[in-house]
Design a protein around this ligand. Structure first.
Ligand code: AMP
Length: 444
């Protein structure tokens, strides 16, 4: 007997979880549309270089968590040669660990921001893949909804993107008490290098107490030590120099303006000068939303920031950008914890039952007619007794059951059984669609 299971850290989405995922996408589409965003779908796999350049080779995501993809022939070659170095760059593929780098690649390839053009605003929804240690809220295949804006650096835009994120969470049912918005400015090419040096020097002072990763980070990417998964390192980093004391005038003014706009929009936030987003391309505004209940150690339900340097990293012209991504599975944990059911009820239907198998064709035709009228319509396909058809109808969440018998067929009527009240009414076939619409309205 074969015993096959889904890969560790992946989920089958169906029923309730699929309805929740679909609803989340619908709410995102509704809110993001108001801000002028259009949906984009980029490939789930990209050239490896998109991620090594776009995310950075010093990040955990690229160094340790990337799922690589080889077509059959290329895999054979890699196994024979013991490395993928003989492959062309276009043959070295990986599953996307996040959406922004692939989006940047698409923006360059399709010229989303022509010289002097208006900013490009897009959003995506789909699976992301990271070979992480699996735990609650940390999967290997998870789903993100993300937005990206390219081509403008005004602080009003940063604020709008954050406001849009908070409205999205609000629309999902999270209240102000259920989440905390943290913001920071990471500085830019003018002020960040000297800040990085200071943090590197700080780590070197304390390196004997810090994890081997952080020791390395002092040379490769010191700011990431703020994000270290080791609690002791994080504690030490509480005493590190803060970017807020070192922002250049332009970054300080940009950050102040973002906060002013957020204040004007009545968006509550906490400034966290140790908030540095894990990926290489961020600069200036960064933000994260933490859920206050339900998600356990993985409390970040969404985050993002400005990535003014990214487009150059993946081969484009300098183009400012800002975006965020939210994690479907983590949001579900926090919604569950506060009792919000994003999935909603299973869909209802109309069930067409028959008193005898000889009426199969009549049922078939009535089903087709009802579906044309827009009803989700179900029937028995297994020659069940009438009683068991009613049971089936209940299971399928039917609001009404249409019963066809010899008498009904002869008189061009159907008997409509209201599944809530169990009342039965005889209705002419030609009136049945209108009748069902009124039943539907009463039930909703
Ligand atoms: P990031 O791309 O790391 O900034 O993550 C953005 C959001 O995606 C996070 O706030 C989480 O909600 C979610 N997320 C990131 N990694 C995972 C994961 N391994 N499993 C589930 N959700 C994740």
């Amino acid at each position: 007997m074969m015993d096959l299971h889904k890969p560790k850290g992946t989920e089958d989405l169906f029923g309730k979880s699929m309805r929740a995922w679909t609803n989340m996408q619908r709410i995102a589409a509704k809110i993001f549309d108001r801000y002028g965003f259009d949906l984009i779908e980029t490939p789930t796999m990209e050239q490896l270089d998109v991620f090594t350049h776009g995310i950075g080779t010093s990040t955990d995501v690229v160094r340790k968590e990337m799922f690589r993809v080889f077509s059959g022939a290329n895999l054979t070659r890699v196994l024979e040669e013991g490395s993928d170095e003989g492959l062309k760059a276009a043959q070295r593929l990986a599953l996307r660990p996040e959406g922004t780098a692939g989006f940047a690649r698409a923006a360059i390839e399709n010229t989303f921001v022509p010289q002097g053009g208006a900013p490009c605003k897009m959003y995506y929804a789909g699976p992301m893949f990271r070979g992480e240690d699996v735990q609650k809220g940390r999967l290997r295949e998870f789903h993100q909804i993300g937005v990206e804006v390219l081509g403008a650096e005004e602080p009003a835009l940063d604020a709008e993107v954050i406001i849009m994120l908070m409205q999205f969470f609000g629309e999902l049912g999270l209240s102000k008490n259920d989440m905390v918005l943290k913001i920071n400015s990471m500085g830019d090419a003018t002020c960040r290098p000297s800040y990085r040096d200071k943090v590197a020097a700080f780590i070197k002072t304390y390196e004997s107490d810090m994890c081997p990763e952080c020791k390395k980070r002092a040379d490769t990417n010191p700011l990431r030590a703020f994000d270290c998964k080791n609690p002791h390192c994080r504690e030490i980093m509480q005493g590190a120099p803060l970017i807020s004391d070192m922002l250049c005038d332009e970054c300080a003014a940009h950050y102040a303006a973002v906060k002013r706009y957020l204040d004007e929009a009545n968006i509550a936030y906490v400034e966290d000068p140790t908030l540095v987003r894990g990926l290489d391309y961020y600069g200036r505004t960064v933000f994260e939303v933490e859920a206050t209940s339900g998600v356990g150690a993985q409390s970040a339900i969404g985050g993002g920031g400005r990535y003014d340097g990214l487009m150059e990293l993946v081969g484009g012209k300098p183009t400012p950008g800002i975006g965020f991504a939210v994690g479907f599975e983590r949001i579900m944990l926090s919604l569950d914890a506060i009792g919000i059911d994003l999935a909603g009820p299973a869909p209802s239907c109309i069930y067409v039952a028959k008193t005898s198998e000889s009426l199969r064709d009549e049922v078939f035709n009535l089903c087709l007619a009802l579906r044309k009228e827009g009803f989700r319509t179900e029937a028995d396909y297994q020659n069940r007794s009438l009683k068991s058809q009613f049971k089936q109808a209940d299971k399928l969440n039917a609001i009404a059951c249409l019963v066809l018998g010899e008498d009904e067929v002869a008189s061009h009527t159907v008997t409509v059984r209201n599944m809530q009240t169990h009342e039965q009414t005889s209705v002419a076939v030609k009136d049945v669609a209108d009748y069902l619409k009124s039943v539907q309205q009463e039930t909703h």
